[in-house]
Design a binder for this molecule. Structure first.
Ligand code: SAM
Length: 294
């Protein structure tokens, strides 16, 4: 494992201000951090709420291993779970709780994953893997080398909102007849020949995002976690979600609004100030939404 696991948490003070201000009637206080990553959120919850425990979930085994080390002094107050937050109900049950006192999800990838793990970044030539959970079977290569053109086109339009989705899908299917897709630069090379240079970086981000969403079933998991976590929230406690692109934000917004067990607290999403964006470029697209169980 790379020891240089790093991630600068986004909107952490704003999120925890909402999350930690509700009392608990169950006799215990347990929060769920659905996206442990580098542990920034879990650590701050435990520091600010000395009575609390955290169920800390991540699909990525490296995140869990890293946090077991760096959060060692909180051992006994953290229940680590390597798993998919889409299974939140079962995870909470297995941890031995009926109700929880708040839930946070800081979506997407950690900076560590983007820079070190296979296939996530178009800036490095690595294997086209893109699995957040390496126990899972489906990889980006499977999609690029096996899915039919229509399926690829759907993914590019739905998950990447790519202008040239049809053309890119056609070219993927054409190109793999000569040589199968193996590394990220195979995909970068393909796009370079298809889109104007001024759009290349933004289209590469969208293309990688689209395939990553399919590999990790990200949007379905998000829908599930929002629906299912409301059942487990104690009345008067909150769910907070930080998203980084419009597809995620739409699911969070609609998930909160359409659930009559929730009252939306943030009428408009909370966004980072200039200062945070200057020191942490990843914060640029972040949107925080919070709802309360009523
Ligand atoms: C933006 S990072 C979280 C960073 C964290 N808040 C911190 O302070 O370091 C997102 C994390 O969520 C994890 N993740 C994404 N989707 C997941 C899912 N469906 N289930 C569990 N973990 C997931 C990723 O593996 C990644 O580590």
């Amino acid at each position: 494992m790379n020891e240089e696991f790093y991630h600068e948490p986004v909107l952490i003070n704003e999120t925890l201000k909402y999350l930690l201000d509700s009392g608990s009637k169950t006799g215990y206080t347990v929060y769920v951090d659905c996206t442990l990553g580098g542990g920034g959120y879990t650590k701050k919850i435990l520091e600010e709420s000395p009575e609390a425990k955290v169920i800390a979930i991540d699909r990525d085994v490296f995140a869990i291993k890293h946090c077991k080390k760096v959060l060692e002094k909180f051992a006994g107050r953290i229940i680590f779970v390597q798993g998919n937050f889409g299974n939140i109900k079962q995870i909470i049950k297995d941890a031995g709780f009926d109700k929880i006192s708040g839930i946070v999800m800081d979506l997407g990838l950690s900076s560590y994953q983007l820079s070190s793990e296979a296939g996530f970044s178009y800036q490095k030539d690595t294997s086209l893997d893109m699995r957040a959970d390496k126990d899972q079977k489906l990889t980006a290569k499977d999609i690029l080398n096996r899915y039919d053109e229509k399926e690829i086109m759907r993914i590019l339009y739905e998950y990447g909102e790519l202008r040239y989705g049809r053309k890119i899908a056609q070219e993927i299917v054409h190109s793999r007849k000569n040589k199968k897709f193996e590394t990220t630069f195979d995909l970068v090379g393909l796009l370079k020949n298809l889109v104007p240079a001024r759009f290349l970086n933004s289209d590469l981000s969208k293309l990688f995002q689209a395939i990553r969403i399919e590999v990790n079933n990200e949007l379905e998991n998000l829908k599930r976690v929002i629906e299912d976590s409301v059942d487990t929230l104690e009345i008067g406690t909150k769910i907070a979600a930080i998203s980084y692109h419009s597809l995620e934000d739409r699911i969070v917004k609609n998930g909160f609004r359409s659930d009559d067990r929730l009252k939306v607290i943030t009428k408009k999403p909370v966004e980072p100030g200039e200062e945070e964006i200057t020191v942490n470029i990843r914060a640029r697209s972040a949107k925080l939404r919070v709802a309360e169980k009523i």
